[in-house]
Design a protein around this ligand. Structure first.
Ligand code: GLV
Ligand code: MN
Ligand code: MN
Length: 410
């Protein structure tokens, strides 16, 4: 690996990683990292990151949804937003989200004494992963004016509504819609993120420029059969919901493998009543389907559903299909891609482009600003896993690239 940075810049990257470690200790649970929307762990995270923002010379506030915002620049000025999310998945790694926020703070520190012809904001979005309420892009959606007020009534697993959680967090549930930023107010949104896949590692590149963010379909799918005695009901007389689900999962995997670039995942499965000696009567699952082409994704979802209906009919079980989300693929700005490419070249690195299979806050932000994304290579492409890892050298390259990118915009 060829490194082009100077020692002073490397120490900036080291500090970013050290802060990711510190933030990674703030969790709802001992022993694993989980930070869901508007929890006490998120409060602690916002407080710590807010302190780092202030130390970087930024004026800090939270919007009505709990997004953490550090700003330099005058009120009416066009604003360049750099950011990512501060919430996590279950048993998360330390970098998915936080790297983009903490990296942006490092950048604000580097640019502290430089005059810029625009305002600069670092944003830590309050909820991207959607774990607590099953939502998509809650924090950035609120900033982009895409927050459906009906979401406030959604309860979490303990029956706490989003409205109550936002209020307890110190936000303003009634003010979320009004807190949206206007289209035209922002010059651009730029997000630094770990790649979360193996492409850059395979290409031997520390950073890559994102061309587009894949669309996603989410659904809750259930097979409803009949519970019964595991010892007495003959195999040919059963309506086993888990066997139906298993057949569908394997058929769905085969279907996804036949199409290049298509990914389909059952991430959670729950069999009821859930005992050794009871035939499962009801099985609920989450479905997540993604592809760079919305047409290919939607066709695949139609085929997955038809296959579930066929299996349900054949096994005499019922199918319940609850569509939970459909976000279209979002291309990043061509002009910003070119500026990022120039910045990558200027650091002596090869310019690599790649699409993102993961969802990002840029999807929501694209409604109000041109979007750019820079990926950092991550070890073995592992993410949504505590083994997530990035190297200090790669983060140093990313910070150099972003510094040049912002200077070029200026
Ligand atoms: C977010 O990490 C997603 O892509 O689901
Ligand atoms: Mn994630
Ligand atoms: Mn992320």
């Amino acid at each position: 690996m060829v490194l082009q940075h100077v020692p002073g810049q490397l120490s900036g990257a080291a500090r970013v990683l050290e802060r990711c470690d510190l933030l990674g200790r703030i969790s709802e649970e001992p022993g694993r990292l989980v930070r869901r929307y508007a929890t006490p762990a998120m409060r602690e995270a916002n407080d710590l990151v807010g302190k780092w923002m202030r130390e970087a010379g930024l004026a800090v506030r939270e919007d009505a949804a709990g997004n953490l915002i550090g700003r330099r620049g005058g009120d009416g000025e066009k604003t360049l937003v750099l950011g990512s999310h501060l919430d996590t998945v279950l048993d998360a790694g330390r970098y998915d989200g936080p790297l983009g926020v903490i990296g942006a703070i490092a950048l604000a520190e580097r640019l502290r004494d430089r005059e810029l012809p625009f305002a600069l904001e670092v944003v830590g979005f309050a909820d991207e992963e959607g774990l607590r309420y099953g939502t998509t892009f809650l924090g950035s959606g609120a900033m982009a004016g895409r927050f459906p007020p009906a979401w406030l009534k959604i309860p979490d697993a303990h029956g706490v509504t989003m409205r109550d959680a936002v209020a307890a967090f110190g936000g303003d549930p009634a003010g979320i819609a009004a807190a949206a930023r206007r289209s035209g107010e922002l010059a651009a949104y730029c997000e630094l993120h770990i790649e979360q896949g193996p492409v850059l590692e395979r290409r031997g590149a520390p950073v890559g420029i994102v061309t587009a963010i894949c669309g996603q379909t989410h659904a809750e799918v259930a097979f409803i059969g009949e519970a019964g005695h595991a010892g007495t009901v003959p195999m040919n007389a059963r309506r086993d919901a888990l066997a139906a689900a298993a057949e569908w999962i394997v058929a769905g995997e085969a279907l996804a493998r036949r199409r290049s670039g298509l990914v389909a995942t059952i991430g959670r499965i729950d069999a009821q009543p859930g005992a050794r000696n009871v035939i499962p009567g009801v099985v609920g699952m989450t479905l997540d389907v993604r592809h760079g082409s919305d047409a290919v994704r939607r066709q695949a979802v139609g085929e997955l559903r038809a296959e579930a209906e066929r299996i349900a009919a054949q096994r005499e079980v019922e199918l319940d299909w609850d569509a939970r989300g459909d976000t279209a693929a979002v291309p990043t700005s061509r002009g910003l891609q070119e500026r990022l490419a120039a910045a990558v070249s200027a650091t002596g690195q090869r310019v690599e482009h790649l699409p993102s299979g993961a969802g990002h806050d840029g999807v929501a932000m694209s409604a109000i600003a041109p979007v750019a994304m820079l990926f950092v290579r991550c070890e073995r492409g592992i993410s949504h896993n505590p083994a997530e890892a990035v190297s200090e050298a790669d983060v140093a390259v990313a910070l150099d690239v972003l510094e040049r990118f912002v200077s070029d915009l200026a």
